[in-house]
Design a protein around this ligand. Sequence first.
Ligand SMILES: C[S@@+](CC[C@H](N)C(=O)[O-])C[C@H]1O[C@@H](n2cnc3c(N)ncnc32)[C@H](O)[C@@H]1O
Length: 372
Amino acid sequence: MTSPPTPPLEAGWNEVLDRVGREVLGPDDRAGQALAAQVTALSRVYTGREGSLADAASAHAARLRFYLPRDLPKIEGPLAELSPALEGPRWRVLDVGAGYGTTSLGVARFARRHGVEAVEVTAIERDPRAIDAFTALARRAPEAGLTAALSLDVRRADARAFDAGRLGPFDLICLGLSLGELFGTDPGAELAAEPYLRALAARLAPGGALVVIEPALRTHARALQRLRDRFLEGALRVHAPCFTDAPCPLLRRERDWCHGQLPLPLPVPLAPIAEAAGLRRTRLTYSYLTLREGAPARDRWRIVGGPVRSKGKAEWDACGPAGLVKLRRLERDQKRSPSPLDAAERGAAFAIDAALSDGASLRVRGEVDCPR
Ligand SMILES: C[S@@+](CC[C@H](N)C(=O)[O-])C[C@H]1O[C@@H](n2cnc3c(N)ncnc32)[C@H](O)[C@@H]1O
């Protein structure tokens, strides 16, 4: 099954963000060159090149006007892969480290397109300015028809100390780009993050899912892979992105890491800012982990590297039931018997007839389900 494509962000978001920026940020609002400079500085913090997260907390305009609309669709990749999908006319969502509401707003936008009537969000966040902006957005975005109806219950608190024991149950628990801030990304961080996620997941309704999204940076993705290895057995299991219950093969070599992507060009007002800040414009990348109760399907393969095209051939790394394998397609075979794999990019999932072996030249069954 191919999931429906993620549409580019609707133009109405510009107007909503503009109004909320003026209302909530006041003298801290930025536009034009000043906004681009703030985005550049914040990008250096996020990629660990310069500055600290404390600097990031004061980059209000960059977070609201650039990172929010850029990152909002990321949650759609994991949501589109939930099988069985979330059901019901109302989705109850817990958003941990909610910030300006990027991930919840992304859920509510996805929910609107899927006929969900309302999304009820409980948000845990410690930054009062972010809470003000999220509160304003949660009112204006549904009014503008950009999301499903959205109700918001904000708990201003330290998320690590917060006891979620009496909240819920939730259909969806999200940690959007916040887990690394809560626990760090050094080896060993997973030892504290695991019981934290287990306690949160205890608040899931039957069929619910917990989704962690992290930046597609080597440090963050590998921290998430180490955490993923702690959910290979038991009731709460890795549901995505993996199709294997073996320890993550992309942890073996320091230089590897696993991430997904959505081929989504940035909308017009963001593209020049991204260009000025030296950021990617044509696709959204992220690492993610979806945990859920129940036996996950392990019948498919995921492209985790490539395509690398050279000298009459293309090669991909694929991860699946038998671990990590390299797939190869000769150009002449691609011409003679085209396969859906030939256009596959990182993150695509596919089923295959035969058992895969290293260097396999393959026949793909059905479609390659590319994130889009
Ligand atoms: C990079 S932002 C991500 C915001 C949003 N979830 C998203 O999807 O873009 C991380 C957020 O986590 C919040 N945060 C970090 N540590 C926290 C803590 N201990 N308690 C509550 N919030 C925290 C920060 O204030 C910030 O708003």
